[in-house]
Design a protein around this ligand. Structure first.
Ligand SMILES: Nc1ncnc2c1ncn2[C@@H]1O[C@H](COP(=O)(O)OP(=O)(O)OP(=O)(O)O)[C@@H](O)[C@H]1O
Ligand SMILES: [Mg+2]
Length: 241
């Protein structure tokens, strides 16, 4: 069977105004990610990785070109339609976890369901997701009572509780030590298989990028594909949390 294209990026550019002139942050980027694939976006600081991820998430819009998500062109959708689509199709994880500090772990995970068709099942779905990331015993803790790795696992549970097709992650392990990084990546590997997720993950760390099937290297707003070596981490898809 022909693999299904989950994300198609066609010749996108993004100009940003800077001091009276235009900065050409992204310059003609095209690539395709198939359903179930895990792609790492690597590249030097300032090369445009977060800008690109923001456009894939529908948080930002390209200056030209198009993004097609599961067959739907998203960049010309009106804002209300776009935010519905984002809520149902995309989960996002950031480097700084971005949990709501006044809410417990389970309340943070339930939050995206308050504006979702599955809102009636919020408590049940959030509990199930927190169990999947190994945090059954931490559900009623506040973010400040959790370690960095635990907070990021709550953030992953929150991103996936709506059963999105796509997970976008911007330096998800950037604030974690190497042992915790490995644990979070193993959880992502496990969930990716279980939920047939498509993942696009920004990282500057080659050991983190090695968890992906493929690397796309961003340089000066353009993409260079890195030839892939055999990936020993592929076999390791169980959670050891
Ligand atoms: N709102 C903005 N206005 C003007 N320029 C911006 C804006 N946001 C980003 N830029 C510029 O766009 C370029 C790309 O930024 P971006 O955040 O996408 O880089 P990055 O690859 O994610 O970098 P890092 O690895 O440091 O996170 C940078 O030169 C940055 O200064
Ligand atoms: Mg960035």
């Amino acid at each position: 069977m022909q693999p299904k294209n989950m994300i198609e990026v066609k010749n996108i550019s993004r100009d940003l105004p800077l001091g009276g002139r235009n900065l050409h942050v992204l310059q003609g980027i095209s690539f395709t990610v198939i359903k179930g694939e895990w792609v790492a976006l690597t590249g030097p600081s300032g090369s445009g990785k977060s800008t690109l991820l923001g456009i894939l998430a529908g948080i930002d819009r390209p200056t030209s070109g198009s993004v097609i998500l599961d067959g739907y062109e998203i960049n010309n959708l009106p804002e209300a339609h776009l935010s519905c689509m984002r809520n149902e199709m995309i989960g996002i994880v950031f480097q700084a976890f971005n949990l709501i500090p006044t809410m417990t772990a389970i309340e943070n995970v339930e939050a995206p369901l308050y504006i979702h068709p599955h809102w009636r099942e919020a408590e049940h779905l959030a509990t199930e997701m927190l169990e999947q990331v190994g945090l059954k015993d931490r559900m009623h803790h506040m973010p400040y009572q959790l370690s960095g790795g635990e907070q990021q696992r709550v953030a992953i549970a929150r991103a996936l509780v709506t059963s999105p097709h796509v997970l976008l992650a911007d330096e998800p392990t950037g604030n974690l030590d190497s042992a915790t990084t490995r644990q979070v990546l193993q959880i992502l590997q496990y969930l990716r298989m279980k939920l047939n997720l498509t993942i696009v993950m920004v990282t500057h760390d080659p050991t983190v990028a090695a968890y992906a099937d493929r690397q796309l290297h961003v340089m000066d707003g353009r993409i260079v594909e890195v030839p892939q070596k055999a990936n020993p981490t592929k076999e390791d898809s169980r959670v050891s949390a």
